[in-house]
Design a protein. Sequence first.
Length: 318
Amino acid sequence: MKAELEEIHRAGVPGVWAEVRDGRGVWRGAAGEAAPDMRHRVGSVTKTFTAAAIMLLVERGRLQLDTPVHGDATVRMLLNMTSGLADYRFLAFPSLLEGSAQSLDDNQFRHFYPRELIKLGVDAPAVPPGTYSNTGYLLLGRLIEKITGMTAERWITRNVIDRAGLRNTMFPTGTRIEGPHARMFEALFGLIDPPRDYSVYDMSWVGVAASLISTMEDLNSFFAQLLDGKIVSRESLALMQQTGPVVAFDGSTVDYGLGLHRLGAFWGHDGSVWGAGTWSFHSTDGERQVSLAVTLQRWNSAAIDEAVAAFQRKALRV
């Protein structure tokens, strides 16, 4: 698999690294400006952690999946993207609708409050149920705060991250990643040429929807425990694995449950924030696990598409 990572780098990704686990052991590799143990912004993989926190509150009788949160939108609908609430990203970054990356620079050090972003999403016209949106997960974060009396980030850390024994997984406390990490470059499908380094960024714009920092080792450990019923109960896991079609930001349709994707026989999540991409999928029995990090996002390159797909196929053995 080292050759496949090298091909991703040669195709144009500055840094790429991965950890693959199977019944025989653990393989780690990297290519370009990267190392296998680096911390990374894992984007919407955060949603699985937030969903697990919600399921723990359900298990403890402090919440029900059919509890309304906003209008007719229930906890379950926010988790599985069927609420019809619009995503706020084009409203928070308006220049993107005008073919300009200026908003990315304008907001680099801006601190957004969840209520600001939620208002943008709920005030926008409704979208068809099954449309991917960060707005619902920010609402879930506010719900955690209301129920527990502490910030959602702190509660998720105590009850999910610490419970799983993850030593390199954390919500950001500033604009930088502490510890070893790679630079992260955003291309905006060729609008930013050459791609720009957005490694330093205020991640309040995604909060508990997509701001988590982790390593590929920690992600594999987390998903192994989650799918083995060690983070939430097996009953809760079965609910998380009840899926339906959801249209992702890139226009593709994914099989989505309560904070989990299904990809054939594998479960997991992918993630994307400015400059950083992550892909983490795992067999139900835990025998095969793949977590991949890349330091370029929204490229416009068929060569990168194919190189990434080739690694995924080989790593998953599909």
